[in-house]
Ligand binder design. Structure first.
Ligand code: ZN
Length: 465
């Protein structure tokens, strides 16, 4: 790496370029080509989504990419929110289409007409589905790999319930699921309720999981939305209740995207490159043979080691034309959590050397303890990465009631806010930053920074990505 992490934005761009995750040279702005290493990482995350959501009773579906304008325009707030950022398909061959279509910017308006056919009675509820697809948004702001894209790899869960209370419980369950996902990805976060002017277009309210990047800016990495009956009414999603009357369903969604990879890169990487959490790393252990006088013997041993470690995602780097030093550099750049070195000296001593990517520490391990020690070490790396990231994030959140201080500094600031819209707009205007939401986890008694009214609510103010 030529740029160090102090210059976060340049560092981020360089690491994305060099680590072999995506190729950014595709000829449409905001769209990239996933390379095998990056796609494997994304797939590991997706597969965990599939596993955990199915444990919680969700089923995977796959909806068409195109949404007819007639369906897209049924919920007024939703249209206002997305109108200026959708791609339109207006022609089929040489013919103008009678009904224009949008490339999905999200799938409410694709799914809910079908929900109205699928849901008949209370016995059909709750309905819990998800899909992992690409969404399209015509971004006019500067794009940034994984973080602000025009084509976004996207996860979306949609649910329908009998009552508002049931939908509330679904959101609680979603946050429980999110905690498990965040642990897998070793990502720290705060849960916030979005302001009314920043909620999802068409939602009753929105909740976000926000992390803090080393630049001091927040990044929203998961969202949870309560829709109540705001979509079920225009889309006619009605069900027959047990008492024989009809009602509209109550709905929720839970969304995540390739931003998670952006967060992992930014939060865990260092001056030498990526550091990937073992739980989702495409390669957990790389074996680098140090070839000396006993070339064949060492390669044989390296192959045996690979075989012994087959429970893990393991790779043997037997490229002939590269030095071990080059290989170390290469796998450090790609963020492989653990390296196994085996050389002539180790062979004689009946040992191998393990090197942690996160700390750089080396350990000699007796040959017959290898499997056990690798397992321990990967678990420890996962834990240590999570803890380090959490501590660093906490260090980037400051508390103040001085709006000028917020205006003149970078970082995330916790301030007392009464929750009133007018006070909120003032906070944003004076600080020239955004309220990313009110904390749902921390409270402290104080006075609203604008009106002085007593409140225990903490709002986070920052420049979000
Ligand atoms: Zn106030």
């Amino acid at each position: 790496m030529e740029v160090d992490k102090e210059n976060f934005s340049e560092w981020y761009n360089e690491i994305v370029e060099k680590a072999g995750l995506v190729d950014k040279r595709y000829s449409i702005k905001g769209m990239h080509v996933w390379l095998p290493y990056g796609w494997n990482l994304m797939r590991n995350i997706d597969n965990y989504f599939r596993e955990i959501f199915s444990q919680y009773g969700h089923s995977e579906v796959n909806f068409p990419l195109l949404i007819p304008e007639t369906e897209f325009r049924k919920e007024a707030e939703h249209i206002r929110g997305f109108e200026n950022e959708v791609y339109w398909v207006t022609k089929g061959g040489g013919d103008e289409l009678d009904v224009k279509m949008v490339l999905r910017p999200t799938s409410e308006t694709a799914m809910y007409p079908m929900f109205s056919l699928w849901i008949r009675t209370h016995a059909d509820l709750p309905l819990k589905i998800f899909q992992i697809v690409d969404i399209f948004r015509y971004e006019t702001k500067q794009t940034r790999t994984f973080i602000r894209m025009r084509q976004v790899h996207f996860f979306e869960a949609h649910t329908a319930h009998e009552t508002y209370e049931d939908a509330e419980n679904q959101i609680k369950e979603d946050i429980e699921i999110w905690k498990k996902i965040a642990d897998k990805l070793a990502l720290p976060y705060r849960i916030v309720k979005k302001t009314d002017w920043d909620k999802f277009p068409g939602a009753v309210y929105s909740i976000g999981a926000e992390t803090v990047m080393p630049s001091g800016r927040s990044l929203q990495i998961a969202t949870f939305h309560q829709y109540g009956q705001k979509f079920s009414k225009p889309y006619g999603i009605e069900y027959l209740k047990e008492d024989g009357t009809h009602d509209y369903v109550h709905q929720t969604t839970f969304g995540m995207s390739e931003r998670l990879i952006g967060a992992i890169i930014g939060i865990h990487g260092d001056d030498r490159g990526l550091i990937l959490p073992p739980e989702i790393a495409p390669i957990q252990v790389v074996i680098v043979p140090i070839i000396g006088e006993d070339k064949e013997k060492i390669l044989d041993e390296a192959r045996k080691i690979k075989d012994e470690l087959k429970d893990f995602r393991v790779h043997l780097d037997h490229r002939d034309n590269y030095t071990p030093g080059y290989k170390f550099y290469d796998w450090e750049l790609k963020g492989v959590p653990l390296r196994v070195e085996i050389g002539p000296r180790d062979l004689k001593k009946n040992q191998v050397v393990l090197v942690r990517r996160d700390t750089g520490k080396k350990f000699s391990v007796p040959r017959d303890k290898l499997h056990e020690r690798v397992m321990d070490m990967l678990e420890r790396i996962q834990r240590d990465m999570t803890e380090k990231a959490r501590n660093e994030m906490e260090g980037r959140i400051k508390y103040t009631d001085d709006l000028e201080e917020i205006k003149n500094n970078t970082g995330v600031f916790g301030v007392h806010w009464c929750g009133n819209d007018e006070c909120g707009h003032k906070i944003e205007n004076i600080t020239e930053k955004r309220i990313i939401g009110i904390s749902l986890e921390e409270e402290s008694l104080g006075k609203c920074v604008v009106c002085g009214k007593s409140t225990n609510k903490i709002a986070y103010v920052t420049r979000p990505y």
